[in-house]
Design a protein around this ligand. Structure first.
Ligand code: AMP
Length: 278
């Protein structure tokens, strides 16, 4: 399985990626973490990235694309990966398309974690306070000022990817304001609906502390259309699986994919419609 987690800073991408790693035994590729490691190591990439990251800007496309291109070459990426924080611009998405095409790899889905922006600042402040209380080192770009800049960067450079992937029928939107557990469940459900994963996960994820890693600290259940679509489609996919006769494994996956694509299509249309209205 190859998926992208898309969402603004503080939307819970990192937390959800870790849970997916445990559940489906694939690796997480976080460009933010890779760049922080490069900065800590004082490598040439780190030296170029350091000040940009501290200011909340984006590191140039050629650098991050190079980092990702090298990383997906590694043997541990062969079984699949979750891209967390990449791509962040349309040129990065185009470069990723080329990379995957070149390697005959297919992207299964882009999962957008949709969150209420006004809650993000509060979330990050809570996360920072908790980290300080635990005596942990706080990221230099986790201050309210830099976060405001990171959000603005997200809106202008990364949000266009929602349209990019919805046009390509890859976008699945999840209500990121639900609890960590609910978001995980919903992601699992929609990935199963499109046939990207088995509906029986390898391992249950370990409980994650609330608010500690950037996801919702509170259960704020909003009427998420895509959540509803996800659950309906999962039922449809299950029904399709039950209907299948002689060749269950192959045909059920096919049926699930068919239903899932419909969901992605519907979801994409909805998102585009909503964006057009906004
Ligand atoms: P993150 O840990 O994903 O919040 O990323 C931290 C910082 O690393 C970002 O604010 C950017 O400065 C940089 N960064 C991470 N991923 C990318 C990317 N795909 N493109 C450009 N800059 C990135």
């Amino acid at each position: 399985m190859r998926i992208i987690l898309l969402g603004p800073p503080g939307s819970g991408k990192g937390t959800q990626a870790q849970r997916l790693v445990q559940r489906y035994r694939i690796i997480q590729l976080s460009t933010g973490e890779m760049l922080r490691a490069a900065v800590a190591a004082g490598s040439p990439v780190g030296l170029r990235a350091k000040d940009i990251m501290a200011g909340g800007g984006l590191v140039p496309d050629d650098i991050v694309v190079g980092v990702i291109a090298d990383r997906i070459e590694q043997p541990d990426a062969r079984n699949g990966f979750i891209l967390d924080g990449f791509p962040r611009t349309v040129p990065q998405a185009e470069a990723l398309d080329d990379l995957l095409k070149h390697k005959h790899m297919k992207l299964d889905a882009v999962v957008e974690l949709r969150v209420n922006e006004s809650a993000l600042l509060q979330r990050v402040e809570t996360r920072v306070a908790e980290m300080r209380a635990r005596g942990e080192e706080v990221r230099v770009d986790d201050t309210p000022e830099v976060l405001t800049k990171r959000l603005a960067t997200y809106r202008s450079l990364t949000e266009p990817l929602i349209h990019y992937y919805s046009e390509r029928r890859k976008l699945l939107t999840v209500d990121g304001m639900m609890t960590i557990e609910q978001v995980t469940r919903e992601i699992g459900r929609i990935l199963a609906a499109i046939g990207a994963v088995d509906s029986t996960p390898a391992k249950k994820p370990a409980p994650v502390k609330r608010g500690g890693t950037g996801t919702a600290g509170k259960a704020v259940r909003r009427g998420s259309r895509s959540s509803a679509v996800g659950s309906r489609s999962a039922k449809k996919a299950a029904k399709a699986v039950r209907k299948v006769g002689k060749r269950p494994a192959k045909r059920s996956k096919k049926a699930a994919r068919k239903v899932g694509r419909k969901v992605a299509k519907k979801g994409a249309r909805r998102v585009t419609k909503r964006r057009a209205k906004a």
